[in-house]
Write a protein that binds this ligand. Structure first.
Ligand code: S3P
Length: 426
């Protein structure tokens, strides 16, 4: 469904967000894996997390929504059941990659599939380490569908990540939970650390290398989870408030995990007026409030070691860059090409259509010049973050703009358009 937007005058008010998508996936994983009853408060209602719930239903977990919480009857380490059909992961890379760590370790056969986008995404990154752990995997040229054959027991591994990826790191560490000896993952560039925090895994940092350990001792027990709001969903509103005149926005109870807020550090260095107040920690995850006001921005050089910690926010950060003084440039971000769509190509195509000068390169892009067309017609490539990025961009153009698919925003934030109405009085 096509959707159009007028220019907004200002942003005012308060927003809260449903639970962070990455933390929600993991809360469903660890509740489903544990024996007994777990409770999850403020779970994300997005399609990706529903894919994880559907997957675990097929493996034997039971879910019940009660008021504002999800009650989970978990499976237990040795009681996973063989799914009666293929496990469909929809659009969700996190579901597919993390659940591979479990399926690779089972005594039964199972197959995972996904939608057109997920079926094009690279899976060699999890297949190789899991095979080194003894998993028996057949695949479609390192893409979905992937079939896991039964094995007696998964083996521990010591594995240095080839790319900074929380999904790969988590798949290996989760497989490591099915053996009594320690699996060790070595990370040289930090990526989001929700798995380590929520499973309370031991780690050591030496000379910039993080060594993370998992074994059956870390297998999750039933628990109560309270999930802070989704900082990636909030990033779109943060940039909208910064770039609109006379704007003030308060975002409450949002995740402030340090491996997720690099985009805030960058925006602050660009001159954004952002105040952060940490108010607590829940299941190892810090959360708090963020206040944002209209600001004038200046582009800066974005350090490459921060890229994994702002990877999902690069699309919306580029909107801030377009309206900031100087040229916006991002490099060392090849991973963007392997997201729900090739995000480097999608961003460059849309910006070029606005008369901006765009230079696309293998690991990034730069944008210079001024927006020439004052009405935008944008392609989402059915990617939720591209759809939200160009919804925000449209609201900043003199004559507004339109996106070709509003539905896909439900992949991460079904509340996106209601939240826009709430703070812009549209
Ligand atoms: C995620 C990790 C990131 C991120 C994705 C969610 C996670 O992917 O882009 O949206 O929950 O672990 P990679 O680990 O592949 O970089």
């Amino acid at each position: 469904m096509k959707l159009s937007f007028d220019k907004i005058t200002s942003v005012k008010g308060e927003l809260t967000f449903k639970g962070d998508k990455s933390i929600s996936h993991r809360a469903v994983f660890f509740s489903s894996m544990a024996e007994g009853i777990s409770t999850i408060f403020n779970l994300s209602g997005c399609e990706d997390v529903n894919s994880t719930i559907n997957a675990f239903e097929l493996l034997g977990a039971k879910f019940n929504y009660e008021d504002n919480k999800l009650i989970v009857k978990g499976i237990g380490k040795n009681n996973f059941i063989q799914p009666v059909k293929d496990i469909y992961c929809g659009n969700s890379g996190t579901t597919a990659r993390l659940i591979s760590g479990i399926l690779a370790s089972q005594k039964f056969q199972s197959t995972i599939t996904g939608d057109d986008s997920l079926s094009l995404r690279p899976m060699r990154r999890i297949i190789e380490p899991l095979e080194k752990m003894g998993a028996k995997i057949s695949h479609n040229n390192f893409k979905l569908p992937i079939t896991f054959s039964p094995i007696e027991e998964i083996r521990p591994i010591r594995y240095e990540l080839k790319i900074p990826s929380a999904q790969v790191k988590s798949a290996i560490l989760i497989a490591g939970l099915f053996n009594d000896d320690f699996t060790e993952v070595i990370e040289t560039v930090p990526s989001r650390d929700h798995t380590e925090r929520m499973l309370n895994l031991d780690f050591k940092v030496q000379n910039g290398r993080k060594r993370i350990f998992s074994s059956s001792r870390n297998y999750p027990c039933n628990n109560e989870y309270s999930i802070p709001g989704d900082i990636s969903s909030a990033s779109f509103f943060i940039v909208l408030a910064i770039l609109s005149d006379n704007s003030n926005l308060l975002i409450k109870n949002i995740s402030l995990n340090p491996t997720r807020i690099a985009f805030i550090d960058i925006l602050k260095q660009m001159g954004a007026d952002i105040l952060i107040e940490e108010i607590g920690v829940s299941n190892g995850e810090p959360f708090g409030n963020i206040k944002v006001s209209s600001s004038r921005l200046k582009n800066i050089e974005i350090p490459s070691f921060l890229i994994p910690n702002l990877i999902d926010e690069i699309p919306i950060l580029s909107v801030a860059g377009v309206f900031a003084e100087g040229d916006f440039c991002i490099s060392n971000a090849t991973e963007l090409r392997f997201k729900e769509t090739d995000r480097i190509s999608a961003l460059c195509k849309n910006y070029a259509s606005m008369g901006l000068s765009v230079d696309e390169f293998e690991d990034g892009f730069s944008i210079s010049g001024k927006v020439k067309n004052q009405y935008g017609v944008f392609k989402t490539f059915n990617d939720h973050r591209i759809a939200m990025t160009f919804s925000i961009f449209s609201m900043l153009l003199d004559r507004g703009g339109e996106i070709d698919n509003a539905e896909c925003t439900k992949v991460s934030n079904p509340d996106f358009f209601d939240q826009i109405r709430l703070i812009t009085n549209i």
